[in-house]
Design a protein around this ligand. Sequence first.
Ligand code: FES
Length: 331
Amino acid sequence: MRFSVHYVPARIVAARDISPTVRMIEIAPEGGAQSWTPGAHINLSLPIGDSGETRSYSLIGEAHPQVYRIAVKRDDNGRGGSRYMHGCEVGARLNVSEPHNNFDLSWQGTHYVLVAGGIGVTPIHSMALALAKRGAKVTVLQAARSRAELAFADDLSAALGDNIRFFVSDEGKRIDATAEVAALPADAEIYLCGPLSLVDAFRKAWRDGGRPMSRLRSETFGSSGAFAAEPFKVRVPALGIEVDVPADRSMADALEDAGVAVMTDCKRGECGLCAVDIVSCEGEIDHRDVFLSDHERHENTRICACVSRVAGGAISIDTGFRTDAQQGVGF
Ligand code: FES
């Protein structure tokens, strides 16, 4: 059950590779593009799977009156969205939502630190350009496996000068979250987007350093978990239902396919709308969201059904959804 997202027909008007695995795509919605703020994303409705699926992509650059620009990293082991987007030609038609922002800048900081891991550079790109344009004090830390995978590095260097540092793991250089956080002024704000391991390392360093969590904001990719995606079973005892979740489907989508309503919005593990109560679990819960608190993740009381998974077993949940018969509703 998608949470009130409105789609309009659109067309791909430009596409080009900006790294060996990342493609930049321009999408022109009918009637023009809406304005958006740095950190925003759009949802695309893609004709993949049995009934079509939606994917969210951060907007890059600056707002434009005619087009939205996104960058998509190809993931051959993913759920198919990136393969589809890399296969699209200019002129291809698809449906696009209006922009939404769950990762916006406070605009009240005195020192911003933006940390990008891999394709996590996409929201950081728009934030960095906007902050630099306003003359704000901003530092960017960008990490990638190889130098060729440092997407938008030239753009960002041009805007930020010496205020960007690169970390290339193939060259033996990784971000030391503890050292970076320790070196920041007390009033710094930090914005993170990257794999869960990077986000978790900074969250821990931030918390251990006694800094207010209100000054840390993060996004991650639903595809980055502690375990490889594998099939598992989800049971909903209140409805007497058991559903198989394939490795390439989310729990929320598999439940929807089985007729079990799950409220969703971002489908990226950010908004928390899809969080459901855990009744029991056989196996390891792989929390892949950035919405639940560390305490909730540790206690395993709730799970974000749009991105999080179970490794090696099954989970029983309560979605809060009840059939009309269970609610005693009849006509
Ligand atoms: S739909 Fe937003 S966290 Fe799952």
